[in-house]
Write a protein that binds this ligand. Structure first.
Ligand SMILES: [Zn+2]
Length: 184
């Protein structure tokens, strides 16, 4: 499936010099949706913790500062998308390892797609609205009916203004999101 990102730009928390590639066991679709909703940096980290890892290990793999990696992980933790596991060794040393929550990630991706579709459906409906106008104002169909097609300010008859067709971009985006939704 070809993924194009318009309308929504991925928001990066930081940019790393190297992108981690490989061992992406999360399905592509979920990964792509997460890249769109969380930003590519979060997805890089999510991919790296295909097995529980310490934050130092993650930052080494991504060639990123540990503080930056931690900031992203904390954000993911707040969103419930990762968990922090404690592992105590016999020596007394305790490891803190990050674990990704596959079910939550999938849920998050599905919810994102659902919400985007609802948002776009709304703006599409608004754009498709038939508008009525006089010299001083522009009203939608419902408002025009309520006023009996007469302007409350100038008293003139409201005439049919151009009906704006739903934008092609929104329609394309909706097709893309619906195909993701139907595939999941
Ligand atoms: Zn008027």
């Amino acid at each position: 499936m070809a993924f194009r990102l318009f309308i929504v730009e991925p928001k990066g928390f930081y940019s790393c010099s190297s992108k981690y590639v490989g061992m992406a066991s999360l399905e592509n679709t979920v990964g792509n949706v997460l890249a769109e909703s969380l930003g590519p940096d979060s997805v890089d980290i999510i991919k790296v913790i295909d097995t529980p890892r310490e934050d130092k290990e993650i930052s080494k793999k991504l060639n990123c500062e540990t503080s930056k990696v931690r900031a992203v992980l904390n954000d993911l933790l707040e969103k419930n998308l990762v968990a922090l596991d404690r592992e105590r060794l016999d020596t007394g040393y305790t490891y803190y390892k990050w674990v990704r929550r596959e079910d939550k990630l999938r849920e998050y991706a599905n919810e994102y797609v659902k919400q985007r579709i609802e948002e776009l459906d709304r703006s599409l409906a608004q754009e498709d609205e038939i508008m009525f106008e006089c010299a001083c104002r522009r009203l939608d169909y419902g408002q025009a009916i309520e006023l009996g097609f007469a302007c409350p300010d100038c008293g003139k008859k409201l005439s049919h203004a151009v009906s704006v067709k739903g934008s092609r971009k929104i329609k394309e985006e909706l097709r893309r999101l619906n195909s993701i939704k139907n595939a999941s």
